[in-house]
Design a binder for this molecule. Structure first.
Ligand code: PLP
Length: 446
């Protein structure tokens, strides 16, 4: 599994590129010079030109157990043959019930109910709806305001972009009216090159008190944050920050949601970031690593008190008017169960904690290279923050990303930030290769 596969180059695909409108992609630029992946195994992709590409990003923060896991493929194939689809509206089948129990087994204490979705975006919108419905059911219907954070990414649903704080994801659309934002916690001046969580910045959480003063606690339904922001370029929570958000939200009866779509399933050295940083929210969202990326699936894990509040009407009444045709899809659930079994048997949910120090040392060896203004890390996450070129923000980051790919390494760029989140099966030799390639490319990218 750990060995790089050797495959013969295949012929150029004889397919047109125009019809597929690619998501979050500069379509014209990409189609002028495509990067096409064709197969994957262990830590490596192979592209359509036969190039081996070391996966420094677990796909898109998804494939925590590495690629090509037969156990998942077989579980999926068995399940499709046995039962391809079954509805979960007023009907059931055993797999999502079993999966919900397995998730509760590894969840932070008290989060013992699970609602299934198909993606992180849907999990976020579902969690926001649960928060609103919960308050209403308890006679606190004035709590309609949702608080997110600047630079946050919570997917692309209207709920997610509203509480999200990435301007480009909101600008062309419309957003929910009842929303406000906390400040982000990126502070390069004070915290550049910190190893692990930054020590300065806990007071950023106190802005929540100001928003509560402004809007009134009786009008606020929920606060949603990513324990660490991935999409904005790996922004870490200062030491004590999440605890303080927890204290304030608890004091004011506000639901606290952690969006763990990327931090879930071992990324920071524990099943969820909530456990690593010892702060239990009222709800958390998950996706990506839930099925090792093999089949789309998302979930909301929540405290039973939230569900209980909705269980007071007549028994024949639907308690929560929400759900997706594919909530608890049998094939996705089979993939997730097989994935959780791999995580358990290979102890992958805590492996990042063991590898963290070595990873950190290697990453920080890139300090001092041209244009590197910050390096951030926690668990098996890393970011190398490059200075932006005058009048051309993002161009340096894109060039580094593109050159790394041509030299056999997949990284992710967000503007001029290079983000790394390799599969949790990574070995030290892969880490060396990531750092060597990235360092050499940065050195050669003026
Ligand atoms: N929330 C967070 C924190 C994410 O990082 C992402 C995706 O990267 C999402 C939500 C959205 O997930 P999806 O793309 O599966 O809708």
């Amino acid at each position: 599994m750990m060995n790089s596969p050797s495959r013969k180059p295949s012929a150029e695909p004889a397919i047109g590129l125009d019809s597929f409108w690619m998501p979050f992609t500069a379509n014209r630029q990409f189609k002028g010079r495509p990067r096409m992946l064709q197969s994957a195994e262990g830590m490596f992709y192979t592209d359509t030109e036969g190039r081996q590409v070391l996966d420094g990003t677990a796909g898109l923060w998804c494939c925590n157990a590495g690629h090509g896991r037969r156990e998942i493929a077989e579980a999926v194939s068995r399940q499709i043959c046995q039962m391809d689809f079954a509805p979960t509206f007023q009907m059931g089948h055993p797999l999502p019930f079993e999966l919900a129990e397995r998730l509760v087994d590894i969840a932070p204490p008290g989060l013992n109910r699970v609602f299934f979705t198909n993606s992180g975006s849907e999990a976020v919108d579902t969690a926001l709806k649960i928060a609103l419905a919960y308050h209403r059911a308890r006679g606190e219907g004035s709590r309609r305001l949702l608080i997110g954070r600047e630079l946050a990414y919570h997917g692309v649903g209207f709920g997610g972009i509203s509480v999200g704080g990435i301007a480009n994801n909101r600008r062309a659309y419309t957003t929910l009216p009842n929303v406000d934002h906390l400040p982000h916690t990126l502070d390069i001046e004070r915290n550049a090159f910190t190893r692990g969580l930054p020590v300065d910045g806990v007071e950023q959480a106190d802005h929540l008190e100001r928003l509560i003063n402004l809007h009134g606690a009786e009008n606020i339904a929920a606060v949603i944050v990513e324990p660490l922001s991935g999409s904005a370029g790996v922004i870490l929570p200062p030491v004590g920050y999440l605890q303080r958000l927890r204290e304030i939200t608890r004091r004011h009866g506000i639901v606290l949601i952690f969006d763990e779509v990327i931090t879930g399933f071992g990324r920071v050295g524990a099943p969820f970031a909530a456990q690593r940083w010892e702060v239990v929210p009222d709800m958390l969202t998950a996706a990506k690593g839930l099925t090792n990326g093999a089949v789309p699936m998302g979930a909301v894990l929540l405290h039973s008190a939230l569900q209980d509040a909705l269980m007071s009407g007549p028994e024949q009444q639907i308690e929560f008017f929400h759900g997706y045709t594919y909530s608890g899809h049998p094939v996705a659930a089979a993939a997730a169960l097989a994935t959780l079994e791999i995580y358990r048997s290979e102890q992958l949910l805590t492996r990042a904690a063991e590898l963290e120090e070595h990873w950190q040392t290697l990453l920080h060896s890139l300090a001092g290279l041209p244009n590197v203004v910050d390096i951030r890390n926690t668990g098996l996450v890393g970011a190398v923050h490059l200075a932006s070129r005058e009048n051309s923000p993002g161009s340096r980051g894109y060039e580094v990303f593109e050159r790394c790919f041509r030299e056999g390494l997949l990284v992710r760029c967000t503007g001029d930030i290079i983000a790394l989140s390799p599969p949790l099966i990574i070995e030290p030799s892969h880490m060396d290769r990531i750092i060597d390639t990235l360092g050499s490319v940065i050195q050669r990218t003026p």
